[in-house]
Design a protein around this ligand. Structure first.
Ligand code: F6P
Length: 351
C-alpha cells in the first residue's frame, strides 16, 4: 500500500508526535507499506509536491514542535470557488497511486477532507488544533500544549501585575471559541475570563475589576481573541468586523483596557502571546494523546476504514464519519461544568 500523509492548516505542538506514532504503528502492522509526505499541506497535493518518507525521517521528531511536512492554509470556502484545485488534488492522488491519505488538521482541514472523501478518495483524518473546536472529539491534540503555554503566560503576568498593582489583560488565541482561554484562565488563576460564548457587559467587567482591585490590589483578565460584548453579539460577523475596523481595533482587548483606564483610572496593559501558543514541544499529555491517535489511525488504514476521523471520547479513542462532523463547531456550552466551577471560585465572566 502507498499512504500519503498531509498536515494542513495552522500548526500546533503534536503534529510530529502523531506522524511518528503513525509510522511506528503502521510499520509494525505491515512493514511493506510505503509512506509519502505531502509537502506544505493541501497546497502540496495541488502542486504534487511530495517525498517518500524513510524510517530515518521519523527519528528524533516525536517531541519536536511544528511539522516536518510543512503546512499551509487552503480555506475551504475559496476551494469551493476554485473547483480546479479539488480536481488537481484528486488527479495527483491518482497519479501518485495512493491507496489512502491520512490528514492531520482542524476544522477547515476536516471540511476539505470530507469533500475529498465524497469525491472518492480514501481519507482518514486526525483532530489537530489549539482551539479544541472540532466537533465529535473531547480534546484535539495541540490543545493541552497551548493551554500549558497560555497558563504560563498568565502566571508570569500575575507577578508583574501584582508588583505594579496594575490590571493586565492576556489575549489568548482560540479563533471563534473560548476553550483555550477558559482552561488557561482557570489554570492561571485569572480574576475575569471573557470568551465569545458568553458575551460580556462592559459595565459588569468594570464592576468586577473594581471589586478585585479593592480586594487584592491588582487584576488579571484572560480575554479570548474572539471575545465580544453583548452589543457585538447581536451583529453578524461581517458587521462586527466592519465596526472594529472603523474603531481601529482587531480584538476586544485594547478597547477593554482603554475603558478600564478611563473609567477606573487604573494602569492597564495588554499582553498578546500569539503564535507562541502554537510553537514548541508538545506537552506530555499531548504526547500520550498523539501516540493513541497515530496508533489508531494506523489500525484504520490496515482495516481500510475510510471516510472517518479519529476522536477522543471519554477515555476511548474512536472514529467518527467525516460527513457527520465536518463543518460543525464545538463551542463552550455556557452551562459547562468548568464555567460553573469557575463561577464557584469567584471568577467573573463579565455577564
Ligand atoms: O486555528 C488555530 C489558530 O491559532 C487560531 O487560534 C488563530 O485565530 C489562528 O489560528 C491564527 O492563524 P494564523 O496562523 O494564520 O495567523
Amino acid at each position: 500500500m502507498k499512504i500519503g500523509i498531509v498536515t494542513s492548516g495552522g500548526d500546533c505542538a503534536g503534529l510530529n508526535a502523531v506522524i511518528c506514532a503513525f509510522e511506528k504503528a503502521i510499520t509494525a502492522m505491515d512493514p511493506k507499506i510505503d509512506l509519502y509526505g505531502i509537502i506544505g499541506g493541501y497546497t502540496g497535493l495541488i502542486n504534487r509536491e511530495y517525498k517518500q518518507l524513510k524510517h530515518d525521517d521519523f527519528s528524533n521528531i516525536f517531541n519536536t514542535g511544528g511539522t516536518i511536512l510543512g503546512t499551509s492554509r487552503q480555506p475551504y470556502k475559496k476551494l469551493l470557488q476554485e473547483p480546479n484545485k479539488v480536481a488537481l488534488m484528486k488527479e495527483n492522488y491518482n497519479k501518485m497511486n495512493l491507496d489512502a491519505l491520512v490528514i492531520l488538521g482542524g476544522q477547515g482541514t476536516h471540511k476539505t477532507a470530507a469533500l475529498l472523501s465524497s469525491e472518492g478518495l480514501n481519507v482518514i483524518a486526525m483532530p489537530k488544533t489549539i482551539d479544541n473546536d472540532l466537533w465529535g472529539t473531547d480534546i484535539t491534540f495541540g490543545f493541552h500544549s497551548a493551554v500549558n503555554v497560555a497558563t504560563e503566560c498568565i502566571d508570569r503576568v500575575q507577578t508583574t501585575a501584582a508588583s505594579h498593582r496594575r490590571t493586565m489583560i492576556v489575549e489568548i488565541m482560540g479563533n471563534k471559541v473560548g476553550w483555550l482561554t477558559l482552561y488557561a484562565g482557570i489554570g492561571g488563576e485569572a480574576d475575569i475570563i471573557l470568551i465569545p460564548e458568553i458575551p460580556y457587559d462592559m459595565d459588569k467587567v468594570i464592576k468586577a475589576v473594581e471589586q478585585v482591585k479593592k480586594r487584592k490590589g491588582f487584576c488579571v483578565i484572560a480575554v479570548a481573541e474572539g471575545a465580544m460584548d453583548k452589543e457585538e453579539a447581536t451583529l453578524t460577523k461581517k458587521e462586527r468586523y466592519q465596526k472594529r475596523v472603523e474603531r481601529g481595533e482587531v480584538t476586544a482587548s485594547h478597547r477593554i483596557a482603554k475603558t478600564i483606564e478611563e473609567k477606573l483610572n487604573i494602569e492597564t496593559r495588554v499582553v498578546v502571546p500569539g503564535h507562541i501558543q502554537r510553537g514548541g514541544a508538545p506537552s506530555p499529555y499531548d504526547r500520550v494523546l498523539c501516540s493513541q491517535v497515530g496508533a489508531y489511525a494506523a489500525k484504520l488504514v490496515i482495516e481500510r476504514k475510510y471516510g472517518v476521523t479519529v476522536a477522543l471520547s471519554g477515555d476511548k479513542i474512536i472514529s467518527n464519519n467525516l460527513a457527520d462532523i465536518a463543518g460543525k463547531t464545538k463551542v463552550v456550552p455556557p452551562k459547562h461544568e468548568l464555567i460553573k466551577a469557575a463561577r464557584d471560585i469567584g471568577i467573573s465572566f463579565g455577564d
